[in-house]
Design a protein around this ligand. Structure first.
Ligand code: G3D
Ligand code: MG
Length: 178
């Protein structure tokens, strides 16, 4: 089969202000293109990387203020091959929301690879959600890989994006005829 490379749609999901846009910016800095899709009210960024010596393009969709369970939300999720769930370690409510986000996404996408990001770990003295709580949630998400990140310092950010790319790649490879 001719190798055209892969394009993967990845959605970044979580409550407002947890750092989704900042994480995407941090990861794609210097090597990205963003497009705004007006009908969906979302930005997406594209970044190329190489996995297994193969060119892979990640199309990262950034959830903005779309209302829950609306038609545009469905369009946002549709075709996603991987998901990054983000919460803010200084806000327990954003941690509690993750399972709701997972329910909403799973309704539309079924089971797809996911990773969990505990963001803003640079805010040490304001931290309310422990690493243990993070691990418990990751287990509930079907043993999703768990990362502690800071979009501010950059800690953990590459690792999280590379992990979701790897997971989606492995699944796509399995599904593609040799
Ligand atoms: P969202 O896209 O999930 O809504 P944003 O979140 O990326 O817009 O971030 C919301 C606010 O949190 C921003 O602050 C941003 O700078 C800040 N932020 C994001 N990630 C981190 C982080 O890892 N550490 C710290 N300390 N702050 C972070 P402002 O003040 O610009 O609204
Ligand atoms: Mg945003």
């Amino acid at each position: 089969m001719k190798s055209l490379g892969f394009v993967f749609k990845i959605v970044v999901v979580g409550d407002g202000a947890v750092g989704k846009t900042s994480l995407i910016k941090q990861w794609t800095e210097g090597s990205f293109r963003t497009d705004y899709i007006m009908t969906i009210g979302s930005n997406f960024a594209v970044k190329s990387l190489v996995i297994d010596d193969k060119p892979v393009k990640l199309q990262i969709w950034d959830l903005a203020g779309q209302p829950h369970f609306s038609d545009v939300r469905v369009l946002f999720y549709k075709g996603a091959m991987g998901a990054m769930y983000v919460y803010d370690v200084s806000r327990v409510d954003s941690y509690d929301s993750v399972l709701n986000w997972d329910r909403e996404l799973t309704n539309i996408c079924g089971q797809i690879p996911k990773v969990l990001l505990a963001n803003k770990v640079d805010l040490n003295d304001q931290r309310k959600v422990s690493s243990e709580m993070g691990s418990v949630l990751a287990a509930k998400l079907g043993d999703a890989p768990y990362f502690e990140t800071s979009a501010k310092s950059g800690v953990g950010v590459n690792e999280a994006f590379e992990k979701i790319a790897q997971l989606v790649y492995e699944l796509a490879k399995k599904r593609q005829p040799a």
